[in-house]
Design a protein around this ligand. Structure first.
Ligand code: CA
Length: 241
């Protein structure tokens, strides 16, 4: 039996799925894994349910009987900026992936998926969500200051404009200063495991990050020390001050 207090500590997940087998499988699996799920079979029912109660996560099928799932995503994204939206779909074209992200989804799972993958993805997202919503002290890395709460990176008080993923990558490395981080860990922390695209994305982002930091240090009017990011061949990266 669940007490109301225990229920409040559970993450609320709204499953929007017209397929009975998948819907029931998700609802049962989530409940058995300490989530508080609800299940809507149509877009209209999902919009009404989301207006009735706050949810942490939306697991959204795109092919719904009454409306396009993308419209549900768009509407709920506009109403609930902090809602984590994960699209569930049999559509695998990149164009649909991009449409889903444009509509405000945070992630994408292609059917058929296993419950294990859904749960792993939820854990990764919710950990990141909690980490970013709790104010954190700025991290000092040599002459660089990283404020993850304000999402500002400064060198001698001059802000360095980093792209979002460059910032996230630096933040993960900074939270593990001195530790070797594998490519897989970085991909899972900064992007999502099984995200479309290759780990080439990591190399491109790292190159961009290094370039911006070096350029900012060179442009600084005072001597500027940067943290060192070492490439560990066949493994990943390590940041040191
Ligand atoms: Ca469907």
């Amino acid at each position: 039996m669940h007490t109301p207090a225990a229920d409040r500590s559970r993450h609320r997940v709204l499953v929007v799925e017209d397929d009975d087998t998948i819907g029931r499988h998700l609802e049962t699996g989530l409940r058995n894994n300490d989530y508080a799920p609800a299940w809507s079979r149509t877009g209209a029912a999902a919009l009404a349910e989301a207006a009735r109660k706050p949810y942490d996560v939306l697991l959204l099928d795109l092919g719904l009987p009454d409306m396009d799932g993308l419209d549900v995503a768009r509407t709920l994204r506009a109403r609930h900026p902090n809602l984590l939206i994960i699209i569930l779909t049999a559509r695998t074209d990149d164009i649909d992936v991009i449409a889903g992200l444009d509509a405000g989804a945070d992630d994408y799972l292609v059917k058929p998926f296993s419950l294990t993958v859904v749960l792993a993805r939820l854990r990764a997202h919710l950990r990141r969500h909690t980490a970013t919503s709790t104010p954190q002290e700025p991290i000092r890395l040599a002459d660089l200051v990283l404020d993850t709460t304000a999402r500002r990176c400064t060198l001698h008080n001059e802000e360095i404009q980093l792209r979002p993923k460059e910032f996230d990558l630096l933040a993960v490395l900074a939270q593990h200063t001195g530790e070797a981080l594998s490519r897989e860990t970085l991909m899972a922390e900064v992007w999502d495991e099984n995200w479309f695209g290759s780990t080439k994305t990591l190399d491109v982002t790292m190159a961009g990050l290094r370039h911006r930091l070096t350029r900012a240090a060179a442009a600084s009017t005072r001597p500027a020390r940067l943290p060192r990011i070492t490439t560990l061949r066949g493994h990943g990266y390590r940041l040191e001050c």
